[in-house]
Design a binder for this molecule. Structure first.
Ligand SMILES: *Cc1c(COP(=O)(O)O)cnc(C)c1O
Length: 378
């Protein structure tokens, strides 16, 4: 085989350098924050929460310390703890499992379908008398099948808390990710749809009691300065991150529109490569359906070779995720044997992620497409 020539272009995965190249405006707002000394749950956190709720279309938004806590706190608010079970997707990021485990509840995995969401047809078999909630995960910027999941939850009297960390502004039947269940959790970690300068998370809900409980739980269970109503945590949204959050949440519609445009360019170019399969997507099903492409993911034949070929050609392609969560050493105690989740396993072997972010240039996309076509001899 011929040695690959030096790559003619580099395509990075993360847009953070470009994202924060021009932030004098944010520094001005940070100076004002520092002078105000309004550092804990002050004015700027409230302003950010209002903007976030408006962007998602929820009644309430509650800022917390991380996306993980944006999942854990609503579960705690529902009283979920030791002896309870929470059903979630077998193919997800570590944090979904971590958040459930932190409550003391048992993690119950269910296999996915080719939208990367939990397969609704497999949920009922996993329900036991101890099941309290379902935590569907909207992976890659697409949506899990929420219509079916909510139906099943209602039939069995279960609560739904959505892990919407990857899918801010995604929609099913016109209804946004995070607004289907009793609560939804979002992350503003640097690698998500909108990102701050460290860790931050947001819970959304339309339920006043859920809102009240989440506000208590994020701040030591304090009803006011002197009265502690319940045992809680310290997981307040940092005011510094709220300043950055206000700046970026104002841009979220444009960010998502650019990601969708980029994905359409890839789709058009990959459609005639038989070795590439574009996943089933809710976005393909009409104007009320929207995937927001945190990652642009396809199924690829000879995936590992394609990945190596991309890297050799300067493209920082990735796999989300190469080891199925249920196979991780940390979760061996759950007792799932290798092969328990065949769709998830197939995904780990065949998926590849390319960047789709708002700072990606058309030339970068076209170069990447050319490298992939070249790999398959097209
Ligand atoms: C990022 C992410 C989270 C939360 O992660 P944090 O790093 O705590 O913000 C949870 N679930 C999924 C699927 C994620 O991608």
């Amino acid at each position: 085989m011929a040695v690959d020539p030096a790559p003619v272009m580099k395509v990075r995965y993360s847009p953070l350098e470009q994202q924060f190249a021009d932030v004098d405006e944010v520094f001005e707002d940070l100076k004002a924050l520092v002078r105000s000394t309004d550092f804990t749950l002050g004015k700027v956190v409230g302003e950010f929460e209002e903007m976030f709720a408006a962007a998602v279309g929820s009644k309430y938004a509650i800022g917390v310390g991380s996306g993980t806590d944006a999942l854990k706190i609503p579960l705690k608010a529902l009283g979920i703890g030791p002896g309870d079970e929470v059903i979630t997707a077998a193919n997800t990021f570590y944090a979904t499992a971590g958040a459930i485990a932190e409550t003391g509840a048992r993690i119950v995995f269910v296999d996915c379908d080719d939208t990367f969401g939990i397969d609704p047809e497999l949920i009922e078999a996993a329900i036991t008398p101890r099941t309290k909630a379902i935590m569907p995960v909207h992976l890659t910027g697409d949506m899990a099948n929420m219509t079916r999941i909510v139906e099943i939850a209602e039939k069995h009297g279960l609560k739904v808390v959505e892990d919407a960390c990857q899918s801010l502004l995604a929609k099913e039947s016109g209804r946004p990710a995070g607004t289907w269940g009793i609560a939804g959790g979002f992350s503003m970690h640097p690698l998500k749809i909108i990102n701050v300068w460290g860790d931050a998370g947001v819970i959304v809900t339309d339920d006043p009691e859920m809102d009240r409980m989440c506000r208590l739980l994020r701040n030591h269970g304090l009803r006011n300065r002197d009265e502690m109503e319940i045992l809680g945590y310290n997981t307040r949204l940092d005011s510094v991150q709220a300043v950055v959050g206000k700046w970026i949440v104002a841009k979220v519609e444009d960010i998502v529109a650019a990601r969708i445009r980029n994905a359409e360019r890839y789709d058009a170019a990959f459609a005639d490569i038989p070795e590439i399969t574009i996943p089933l997507r809710r976005a393909a099903k009409g104007p009320d359906e929207r995937a927001v492409y945190l990652n642009y993911v396809v199924f690829a034949e000879r995936r590992d070779d394609l990945l190596a070929h991309c890297r050799a050609n300067g493209i920082d392609a990735k796999v989300h995720y190469p080891i199925a969560l249920y196979r991780q050493e940390a979760l061996h105690h759950l007792g799932y044997p290798a092969g328990a989740f065949p769709v998830t396993d197939r995904h780990t072997e065949t998926i590849i992620s390319f960047p789709a972010d708002q700072h990606l240039q058309t030339e970068e996309i076209d170069y990447l497409i050319g490298v992939v076509r070249g790999f398959y001899g097209r």
